[in-house]
Design a protein around this ligand. Structure first.
Ligand code: PEP
Ligand code: MN
Length: 341
């Protein structure tokens, strides 16, 4: 529990509050800020106690940190966290525009897509080298060869690169090539993998599991933060629902919901959320309007030849039109596109 004292609280009031805290068998941690004093109370938190403290003179607010996630919570850090990926800042008013094909397929193809998305204003390049496929017979990604291509193309176009890591044993390898590690929806609760990426100092893009609650997502972020890696960006990518005309259901409310509870940036992935190019632009715009710190969009220059997720890829021209809208929207919501400030 955290007690926030009124700015005009007197030292007598503070002493009185501290005495009552110890009387009740709690431990107090006093933190004196420039404008306010905050008291952290450690012990068994029950509702009647919170009400007792709220009624004391000098107390402005009682915050009950009953949430199981601590380091990810707003109580722990009030200001928005800004995650830096190379020269790109994400969060705190800076939008990440992540774009690229679902999978790295060849140098030439990725090079062509990267040139187009970069020209449209993307600031991070994505592409999977290790693909989590429903079928073991489907294309599984180019592995290390794909990572090398991604790195080379990213360097050529001045775009930091993000790619998925699926297994704790791949973390070291992927770290050699990637600027940001993606934890996919299917691995959001792979706790060994979360701990492993938590031990690196690479920024992590943590995607929400398809049947994970917002709390589950924040608990998974907590695993990474608890290992000492504070560069975590969350991603809403849709959850499973009864609706079968879209691939998943984009939970737009998760964006302000997370922002209220956590200081971590959160972006949206309308590509995997809808699975439909006709819906992606509207959902991308809605996500930015809802407060997202960026969008993650799959783009392919020849979707019919794509080795994975071709059906949901935007064409470069469609992406370009969307980015035009998003730039205007960013202006309206008082945000800037990273790298274009
Ligand atoms: C992806 O980004 O290509 C991907 C597999 O996403 P998700 O884990 O959200 O399904
Ligand atoms: Mn994909």
């Amino acid at each position: 529990m955290i007690l926030v004292l009124r700015p005009d609280a007197t030292s007598e009031q503070l002493d009185h509050i501290l005495a009552r805290i110890s009387e009740r068998g709690f431990k107090a941690h006093v933190s004196r800020g420039e404008h306010r004093t905050i008291i952290g109370i450690i012990g068994d938190e029950t509702k009647p106690e919170a009400e007792t403290f709220a009624a004391m003179s000098g107390v402005e607010q009682v915050l009950r940190v009953l949430k199981p996630f601590k380091l990810a919570s707003r109580e722990f850090r009030a200001a928005d966290t800004i995650v830096e990926v190379g020269s790109v800042r994400i969060g705190g008013g800076h939008l990440a525009m992540i774009a690229g094909p679902c999978a790295v397929e060849s140098f030439e193809r990725l090079d062509a897509i990267a040139a187009r998305v970069k020209a449209s204003g993307a600031n991070l390049l994505r592409g999977g080298a290790f693909k989590p496929r429903t079928s073991p017979y489907a294309f599984q990604g180019l592995g290390e060869r794909g990572l090398k291509i991604l790195r080379d193309v990213g360097d050529k176009h001045g775009l930091p690169v993000v790619t998925e890591v699926m297994d704790p044993r791949q973390v070291e390898l992927v770290c050699r090539y990637a600027d940001m590690l993606q934890i996919g929806a299917r691995n959001m609760q792979n706790f060994d993998l979360l701990r492993e990426v938590g031990q690196t100092r690479k920024p992590v893009l943590l995607k929400r599991g398809m049947s994970a609650t917002v709390k589950d997502l924040l608990m998974s972020a907590e695993y990474i933060l608890a290992e000492g890696n504070s560069a975590v960006v969350l991603c809403e990518r849709g959850v499973r629902s009864f609706e079968d005309s879209t691939r998943n259901m984009l939970d737009l409310s998760a964006i302000p919901n997370v922002k209220g509870q956590s200081h971590l940036p959160i972006i949206a992935d309308p590509s995997h959320a809808t699975g439909r190019p006709d819906l992606i632009p509207a959902m991308a715009r809605a996500s930015v309007a809802a407060g997202a710190d960026g969008v993650h969009i799959e783009v392919h220059d020849c979707p019919e030849q794509a080795l994975s997720d071709g059906a949901q890829a935007l064409l470069p021209d469609q992406y370009d039109r969307l980015m035009h809208d998003l730039r205007r929207l960013a202006h309206v919501v008082g945000k800037t596109l990273a790298n274009q400030e």
